[in-house]
Design a protein around this ligand. Structure first.
Ligand code: GLC
Length: 446
């Protein structure tokens, strides 16, 4: 098969079509195989830095999983996990008719939570397209909804000043060629043309698009998908776009899922608010607002982004627990948002009651478990020059010893029950010696 013939040549960075050598592609693919992100692939590091500036500052985004599975309410994988026949499943298209402009409430909630961008599923694995496409009738405008839900999403995001992106699943459980493309070259050709055609539509019909968020590239290799060609087309249509790594080549950022995993290259941890992406009516395993804020702070500390999901119901309404959680999160982010946007990577990590972020020489302690009148940091390598509550600027008294900085006279109750922030001005870039105390603290003689 052509895929296999191509892949050996591409491993050494040569494309069959041109015979040209792309050392960057070869290196990127080697990196992808080793599980690293050495990208970009269809761009340059300099251009990536330019394109990603807003995204690094944004830091916090909303993921939205919305599709026919939202009507079922049993998670977006129900079609496959329950073995639902295609002709039974596709009848959901006659029930899926969200209230007009449901996305406006999503965008308002995202904004109030302190999020700066939104990424919505335009086609999930089920194959149903929320956008108007000339390439299939299996799309919202040609069924009960009778309108382009991606256009509504875009309008809503723009109205709230949000950047926005499109999630697009390469894997497709509905398209007749979606599985047989692996072993049938004619099917692969048709299917890849279909996928590239839809990506072209998404990149052509909605004005400026900020992010293209591919998902699951089963059952083909990047060569089989012709991912490099596809992404070159995307960049031609959308010169400022950011592309994730799930078309099988690294591109602009990695996407650790349900975990926070820092890497040297740009990264974005995507996470659910309960245990499901698509609406799952029985899932009550919600994260607390404090957990969400802690996750956001961990991403900030380690230089990454946090994409937090909502799974609206079939009518477009947001499950009440998600509204409550994000509303509380927003009360925390409102005064602290600047610390999230303007943060440098922070080396200080050790504490069981606080997370740390940094800007220049200022260390911010975000104390999420409040123990009353004192709070201490061990092993800080810097001299502390001043300490103040943030954002009020109210001074905090402190004492510094060889191994400990101790903040004193703190209120008995946490000033902010989610996380109270103390800005600690240091005489240099804040650093903590992780082993200093264990190794060097004077032991009593026996
Ligand atoms: C996984 C799942 C999918 C979900 C995605 C989000 O790939 O298959 O359902 O959309 O993760 O990252």
């Amino acid at each position: 098969m052509k895929n296999q013939r191509l892949s050996r040549r591409q491993m050494i960075g040569t494309t069959a079509a041109s015979g040209m050598v792309f050392p960057m592609l070869a290196a990127a693919q080697a990196g992808a195989r080793a599980g690293e992100n050495t990208g970009p692939t269809t761009s340059t590091p300099e251009d990536r830095e330019r394109r990603m500036k807003w995204w690094h500052e944004a830091r916090f985004g909303m993921f939205i999983h919305f599709g026919l599975y939202s009507v079922l309410g049993r998670h977006e994988w129900a079609m496959e996990l329950e073995g639902i026949p295609v002709d039974e499943y596709q009848k959901l298209a006659e029930q899926f008719n969200p209230k007009p402009h449901a996305a406006r409430a999503w965008a308002k909630l995202a904004k109030s939570a302190g999020m700066k961008y939104m990424v919505m599923t335009t086609k999930h694995h089920e194959g149903f397209c929320l956008f108007n496409t000339k390439l299939t009738d299996y799309c919202a405008p040609k069924h009960a909804a009778g309108r382009d839900l991606v256009a509504e999403f875009v309008e809503a995001a723009r109205a709230e000043g949000m950047h926005f992106g499109f999630y697009y699943s390469l894997m497709d459980w509905h398209h007749p060629d979606g599985a047989r493309c692996k072993s049938d070259e004619a099917a692969r050709r048709r299917f890849v043309d279909y996928i590239h055609g839809q990506v072209r539509e998404l990149c052509s019909n909605y004005g400026k698009l900020d992010v293209l968020w591919y998902d699951v590239n089963w059952p083909l290799t990047p060569e089989g998908w012709e991912s490099e060609k596809m992404n070159r087309m995307v960049r031609q249509l959308q010169p400022d776009i950011l592309i994730n790594n799930r078309s099988g080549i690294p591109e602009d950022f990695t996407t650790p899922e349900q975990r926070i995993q820092a890497s040297a290259a740009p990264w974005e941890a995507c996470m659910t608010m309960n245990d499901s992406w698509g609406y799952q009516s029985g899932d009550d395993n919600w994260k607390s607002p404090k957990t969400v804020v802690r996750n956001l702070l961990t991403c900030t500390r380690d230089g990454g982004n946090y994409l937090l999901n909502i799974g609206p119901r079939g009518d477009g309404s947001i499950p009440e627990p998600s509204v409550q959680i994000l509303t509380s999160v927003g009360q925390w982010t409102a005064p602290n948002r600047d610390l999230i946007s303007n943060a440098d990577r922070c080396q200080v990590k050790r504490s069981q009651s606080a997370l740390f972020t940094r800007r220049g020489n200022i260390l911010y302690a975000h104390i999420y478990f409040w123990n009353g009148p004192t709070f201490s940091i061990g092993g800080l390598q810097n001299k502390v020059l001043s300490a103040k509550f943030y954002p009020s600027g109210k001074p905090v008294t402190f004492e510094q010893e060889q191994f400990r900085v101790k903040f004193t006279n703190l209120p008995a109750q946490a000033p902010d029950p989610i996380a109270t922030v103390i800005a600690i001005e240091c005489d240099g870039e804040p650093a903590q010696d992780q082993l200093l105390i264990r190794t060097n603290r004077k032991r009593e003689s026996v």
